[in-house]
Write a protein that binds this ligand. Structure first.
Ligand code: NZQ
Ligand code: ZN
Length: 387
């Protein structure tokens, strides 16, 4: 186990009707709030009215910025920064999923910074302060509600890049599983694929002695695997929705990565895909992860066999750990297919003519990943497996 320090400042407020506490929670941090949300699902399903009511009855002043798109754009972030500065906003409330939260985090770090906020996403500047950000989560997926990251797409060149800092963890995350009843099945499944991917990125490590986090990861994966089909069958099954929602946070709040060296190559490759083709992040991961696994499993066949056995109940073949490992990868792919995700690029209508370009863009700052370091040609090979 490698050395680590771990502090998670996000207060989790979980359960039925918890969104009605948003006014009082926000009041602890600010007086003038930017209410940030997406394309309208929060209005369609009545959440918007309850949130505004709770904020107003706590005596807060509220300004709004809506229309955050999935794969959130830099131009709206810049608009948000201007709006906050002009109106002396002191708190940002993100109501939505990863896209809204990431956009809110970007606005938060951009307001006190005199340069261009994109500097944080290119590594040119280090994050030193932020406006506080609070969250009401409506889709369990990205884990941004208590993660240290934000991922933004710059329309100028379609670069999708991440920035990270512990300062960016939201101060609170309100999580009511009932708010996820209205999710279309595709979004429920894409969210699940993303959560599973967040665990895979940490699970496949070269660090040998990581028993506790292996077991915690396997338990979280098994919980997702069990409960997603239940929620897809009955979208209003509270218990299944609750398990999935909490698993999404655990998958990406950093706990499962403690003491391990993480990988993240597949996420970086996916960001090239969604940067150019605007595909749903979780769907991109469902396509790429089985291909990545096939490409790298020989790095540690034992670890892949352990994964197959403990997560997918594949019996260990003592004569061929490789067979066990490969069966685990097939089960992963079959599961993604079963829950309605695409498992090949062609299923997502992504052609093969820009593999080189995406691989080159992704490796501009050097190879990706750490379990196995991937260079441009490796990434092209992975795209070819995923074809
Ligand atoms: O915009 P609205 O109308 O709200 O619709 C959204 C959106 O179309 C809809 N939706 C959300 N909650 C709903 C709902 N529809 C019905 N009922 C509800 N309760 O779902 C769609 C997708 O929303 P989005 O926020 O894009 O999804 P997600 O949470 O998967 O976020 C994806 C983004 O997060 C980034 C991804 O790259 C992607 O840009 N990530 C952020 C991370 C982080 N900050 O730590 C880590 C992740 O690996 C990921 O990269
Ligand atoms: Zn992700």
């Amino acid at each position: 186990m490698i050395n680590f320090s771990y502090q998670n400042a996000t207060k989790i407020i979980f359960g039925k009707n918890t969104e009605n506490r948003v006014g009082n929670e926000t009041k602890k941090f600010g007086n003038k709030v930017l209410l940030h949300y997406g394309g309208g699902s929060i209005k369609k399903f009545g959440l918007y009215d309850r949130v505004v009511e709770s904020l107003k009855s706590a005596g807060l002043e509220v300004l709004e910025l809506s229309n955050v798109q999935p794969n959130p754009r830099l131009s709206l972030v810049r608009e948000g920064i201007d709006l906050c500065r002009k109106n002396n906003i002191d708190f940002i409330l993100a109501v939505g999923g990863g896209s809204v939260i990431d956009s809110a985090k970007a606005i938060g770090i951009g307001v006190p910074y005199e340069g261009d906020v994109w500097d944080f996403y290119t590594g040119k500047a280090k994050i030193k302060s932020t406006l506080p950000v609070g969250v009401i989560l409506t889709i369990p997926a990205a884990g941004s509600e208590s993660s240290t990251g934000s991922v933004i797409t710059n329309e100028d060149g379609w670069y999708k890049r991440g920035a990270g800092s512990t300062l960016m963890r939201p101060v609170f995350a309100i999580m009511n599983p009932e708010l996820t009843y209205t999710l279309p099945p595709y979004q429920t499944a894409a969210g699940a694929a993303d959560m599973m991917a967040h665990i895979f990125e940490r699970y496949f490590t070269n660090e040998p002695n990581v028993d506790l986090t292996d077991r915690l990861s396997e338990a979280t994966l098994r919980t997702i695997i069990k409960n997603v089909p239940i929620a897809l069958e009955n979208s209003e099954n509270y218990e299944a929705r609750a398990e999935i929602m909490w698993a999404g946070t655990i998958a990406h709040n950093g706990l499962l990565g403690t003491g391990r060296i993480e990988d993240w190559a597949t996420h970086d490759i996916e960001h090239e895909l969604s940067g150019i083709y605007d595909i749903t992040h979780g769907a991109g991961l469902a396509i790429l992860f089985p291909a990545w696994m096939k490409y790298v499993y020989s790095q540690d066949v034992k670890r892949f066999a352990q994964f197959a056995n403990r997560v997918w109940n594949v019996e260990i073949d003592v004569n061929s750990l490789e067979r066990t490992a490969l069966e685990g990868i097939e089960k992963t792919k079959a599961y993604f297919k079963r829950i309605g995700m695409p498992v090949s690029l062609s299923e997502a209508n992504i052609p093969s003519d820009r593999f080189e370009e995406m691989a080159a863009k992704g490796t501009e700052n050097g190879p990706l990943g750490s379990f196995v370091k991937l260079y441009k040609e490796d990434i092209v090979n992975i795209f070819n497996i995923a074809k």
